[in-house]
Design a protein around this ligand. Structure first.
Ligand SMILES: *[C@@H]1O[C@H](CO)[C@@H](O)[C@H](O)[C@H]1NC(C)=O
Ligand SMILES: *[C@@H]1O[C@H](CO)[C@@H](O)[C@H](O)[C@H]1NC(C)=O
Ligand SMILES: *[C@@H]1O[C@H](CO)[C@@H](O)[C@H](O)[C@H]1NC(C)=O
Ligand SMILES: *[C@@H]1O[C@H](CO)[C@@H](O)[C@H](O)[C@H]1NC(C)=O
Ligand SMILES: *[C@@H]1O[C@H](CO)[C@@H](O)[C@H](O)[C@H]1NC(C)=O
Length: 506
């Protein structure tokens, strides 16, 4: 007989009815219900996840550090619930969250972007989004692994590799790309090492690992969530997002932050007054206009009949759920628009150097104060940082840039132009609520314009490898995208836990 070690059941025998609760795969709502029925404590929940990390993390490498204070935070949350404090009624109260290692926490956890170079640095304060999580009563369980420096160090390093944890592994199919850069954020949720997690996305870093590891991922409009205290790539494109039970977390982390004032000030107009929760509603797909392009890479299904065949059943579900599919759309001057996508790397390399140097300067203490310091560190400690295998070509290219000059300005103009004549024109002229794309293929389209996207599990290939479907929209369209994504999820329920996380002894 095979032991099913993870299926922890909380059972009560009451005279009226029995109530069963399973931590694994439990939603925030189910966990809160179990808390309120006194069938679960935050302490038990945190302990469950810590055991889970001990057992699974040596295989999957999704977690870099566990918070030594997590159990104490859980005990405090349990007391607050007992005392019936106002805070204890918040949706995220007592819920453990895993934080990508680029997001600063001012506690015992280090914030290193996966690199030993930042191990002895001290952040000045919690990142804006962490501050909001703490205010909402969430428990910071630990730091999740990532593609080192959000994949800005080496073009040769595989997704999910960093010097500190080495290579993260896809829990569904070990040989499948786990994708990045928020690799550990997706895997830790997929394998039930935590309830929810935060990631960051510059181009594809949330959408892609969500698709590859069968979890829901929301990449919000740039500026909707504060980037203050986040190891940056490009402030123009960076956004903090969440994987699974995503809407509760989104509700908690959006909003103005004095330390990221311009962007969060601009985007705060997009936040619905009564939050995002009410958009998790039945019938969310009814009347929605969804665009599908069958012959265009980046914007849709790139003349790829295999992928199209795979997704036809999803199109049918969307139609049956009341959406109108606007199909076979065209993009005028497609080649011209695509050629401007190449400007993304020119802009990002220059923006990265400026933003990283600012971030490093702001640290309370750090042996690294500039990108040049980090490059020198890597040169000195080649063993630790596997420099021979994964040279720091992107770092070196970024270091060569010198601010936003003529070239970068032209690149930025190209990106704006590509967005205005590409995605915005397509969405507005066809009055689309969302563009439907496979996997994270549209990540660049959404990235260069700062647009939001939600990835939802769509199915599994014959080998068991997961794939997602992505709904992308114009800035501030999160409420609509949430209705669409929720409608699709309710109609399909595609999410399955990975085999290993259920039965480790197999
Ligand atoms: C807890 O507080 C809420 C108001 O915040 C109140 O409605 C509820 O009755 C209280 N529950 C208990 C058990 O005291
Ligand atoms: C943070 O890094 C230091 C090494 O500089 C280490 O001693 C400490 O355990 C780390 N913190 C956690 C929570 O792992
Ligand atoms: C898609 O394929 C068709 C037929 O082969 C071709 O005419 C069209 O140009 C292709 N579209 C793109 C965007 O490559
Ligand atoms: C801007 O786009 C044009 C047209 O695709 C291209 O030729 C040019 O090199 C781009 N400029 C930059 C700086 O990327
Ligand atoms: C912007 O893009 C459009 C469509 O690709 C093109 O016709 C136009 O010349 C571009 N304008 C600039 C300023 O690059």
């Amino acid at each position: 007989m095979k032991a099913i070690f993870l299926l922890i059941m909380f059972q009560i025998m009451s005279t009226i009815k029995s109530y069963e609760f399973t931590i694994e795969e439990a939603t925030i709502d189910e966990i809160q219900t179990a808390f309120n029925r006194k069938k679960l404590t935050s302490k038990d929940l945190v302990q469950f996840y810590i055991n889970q990390i001990e057992k699974l993390n040596p295989i999957y490498k999704a977690v870099i550090e566990v918070n030594p204070d997590a159990l104490d935070q859980a005990i405090k949350a349990d007391q607050e619930r007992k005392d019936n404090t106002t805070k204890s009624h918040f949706k995220l109260h007592g819920i453990p969250v895993m934080i990508k290692d680029t997001i600063a926490t001012k506690d015992k956890l280090n914030t290193t972007a996966g690199s030993y170079a930042l191990l002895d640095s001290l952040v000045s304060r919690d990142a804006g989004v962490v501050n909001k999580l703490r205010e909402s009563g969430a428990i910071i369980l630990g730091k999740s692994s990532l593609s080192e420096w959000a994949h800005l160090r080496s073009s040769l390093a595989p997704n999910g590799w960093n010097a500190r944890t080495k290579q993260a592994v896809n829990p569904y199919v070990a040989t499948m790309d786990p994708c990045g850069s928020s690799t550990g954020s997706a895997i830790s949720v997929a394998t039930n090492m935590v309830t929810v997690s935060l990631g960051t996305e510059t181009d594809g870093s949330i959408l892609c690992p969500s698709s590859a590891n069968s979890v829901v991922g929301i990449k919000p409009t740039v500026g909707l969530t504060s980037r203050a205290g986040v190891v940056p790539v490009s402030p123009r494109q960076d956004t903090v997002g969440t994987v699974t039970d995503a809407v509760y977390v989104l509700d908690a982390i959006v909003g103005f932050d004095t330390n990221d004032a311009v962007a969060t000030g601009d985007a705060s107009k997009y936040i619905p007054k009564d939050g995002y929760l009410k958009h998790l509603k039945p019938g969310g797909l009814e009347g929605k206009r969804l665009g599908i392009l069958r012959a265009y890479p980046y914007f849709g299904f790139a003349n790829d009949s295999k992928t199209l065949t795979k997704f036809e059943k999803h199109f049918a579900i969307l139609r049956q759920s009341g959406a109108t599919l606007i199909e076979n759309l065209d993009i005028i001057n497609f080649d011209g628009i695509i050629s401007m996508f190449n400007s993304e790397s020119i802009a990002i390399l220059a923006e990265f150097k400026i933003a990283l140097n600012d971030y490093l300067k702001d640290l309370l203490a750090s042996p690294m104060r500039t990108l040049a310091d980090v490059i020198n560190f890597n040169n000195k400690f080649a063993g630790l940082e596997s420099l021979e295998k994964y040279p720091q070509d992107l770092f070196l290219a970024a270091e060569k840039t010198n601010g936003i000059g003529k070239l970068e300005e032209e690149a930025l103009m190209n990106l704006t132009n590509a967005s205005v004549y590409g995605f915005e024109k397509l969405m507005k002229e066809n009055k689309l609520d969302a563009l439907v794309t496979p996997y994270s293929d549209s990540s660049t389209v959404l990235a260069i314009g700062g647009y939001p996207g939600i990835s939802v599990p769509a199915g599994y290939d014959e080998n068991g490898g997961p794939y997602g479907i992505c709904f992308g929209g114009l800035k501030g369209s999160e409420p609509t995208l949430i209705e669409i994504a929720y409608g699709f999820e309710q109609a399909t329920h595609n999410r399955k836990p990975p085999p290993m996380s259920i039965n480790c002894d197999q």
